[in-house]
Ligand binder design. Structure first.
Ligand SMILES: Cc1cc2nc3c(=O)[nH]c(=O)nc-3n(C[C@H](O)[C@H](O)[C@H](O)COP(=O)(O)OP(=O)(O)OC[C@H]3O[C@@H](n4cnc5c(N)ncnc54)[C@H](O)[C@@H]3O)c2cc1C
Ligand code: FES
Length: 269
């Protein structure tokens, strides 16, 4: 169940040109949130911006009662958020939405993140691997893509969960030159046998065009796939009907029914 809570900022660091990592104390969120869920953050005390901003849970540490958010400053809300000092309290609503579903029958977990789409993958990888101590028989591969080397955020952190991390940048300044779906196709064609496809699952988060391409790859290869969608949101709880997405069973709300959907459910046109 989502609650509204004021959480103390325990740490707040700049980790990239416009990127920040925020550590917050919340035993409730750390104990109840699932990877792929998000919190709706009140970025300022005044009414501008009025609406909360949705940010994914980057890490969920129930033992320490802490959560981490990883975000990029893109506009007024995130700009105001980036100025919040350690020690101040931040008003959060969460955990919200439906996160990733981890099927114990799957042994090969392929995670693809584009841009800030990498944010929820750390929590997901930690859940699959049991916070870094490898679970026997489970393999986690993380593929990340960004515009350039400076925007490739979180790679070192993700390497703490698996040594199988591959990167791509649009301009070739780090990793392979290309996009994350190039990495995914290469990986499926060269490093995974067709017989292991039924034991595999793809999880992806990133821009819509990337997700559409990932869905198509998963469909062609007959691999299960879960996609975390990004939509502009207002209420974040399914009340305003402002974040519809077309699915095979009609329109659903990204904030409440998602943001994670089975790729087979989504209608892209
Ligand atoms: C479920 C969910 C989880 C998210 N998780 C993260 C995260 O972990 N880290 C992170 O950095 N960002 C995340 N986002 C995106 C984040 O919510 C937006 O960047 C933020 O709301 C922008 O607020 P702003 O006031 O700074 O910018 P605004 O002034 O509101 O917008 C600035 C620019 O960003 C675009 N924009 C704003 N919101 C979105 C959106 N939801 N999707 C696509 N473009 C948008 C606008 O069109 C505009 O061009 C997430 C979004 C959703 C829906
Ligand atoms: S943001 Fe209001 S219904 Fe999704």
């Amino acid at each position: 169940m989502a609650i509204q809570e004021k959480c103390r900022i325990e740490d707040h660091k700049q980790v990239g040109p416009r990127h920040y990592k925020l550590t917050l104390a919340s035993q409730y969120l750390a104990s109840h949130a699932q990877p792929g869920q998000f919190v709706n953050v009140r970025c300022c005390e005044t009414s501008d911006p009025l609406l909360r901003r949705p940010i994914s849970l980057h890490r969920i540490d129930a033992q320490k009662g802490m959560i981490e958010l990883l975000y990029e400053v893109v506009g007024r809300g995130t700009e105001l958020l980036s100025k919040k000092p350690v020690g101040q309290e931040l008003d959060l609503l969460g955990p919200l939405g439906a996160g990733f579903k981890i099927d114990p029958a799957k042994k090969i977990h392929l995670m693809a993140g584009g841009g800030m789409g990498i944010a929820p993958l750390r929590a997901l990888a930690e859940q699959v691997t049991g916070r870094g101590s490898r679970v026997a028989g489970q393999a986690v591969y993380i593929l990340i893509g960004a515009k350039n080397k400076e925007s490739l955020i979180g790679e070192d952190e993700l390497r703490k969960t698996t040594d199988q991390v591959q990167t791509a940048t649009d301009d070739g300044s780090a990793g392979k030159k290309g996009v994350v779906t190039d990495l995914l196709l290469d990986f499926l064609d060269s490093q995974l046998s067709v017989t292991s496809y039924p034991l595999s699952v793809i999880y992806a988060c990133g821009p819509r065009l990337m997700l559409k391409a990932v869905a198509e790859i998963a469909r062609q290869k007959k691999i299960d796939c879960q996609l975390s969608l990004e939509e502009r949101m207002a209420c974040g709880i399914g009340a305003c009907k402002g974040c519809p997405v077309k699915t095979v069973s009609g329109y659903k709300m990204v904030c409440k029914d998602g943001p994670v959907f089975d790729a087979k459910e989504l209608v892209w046109n």
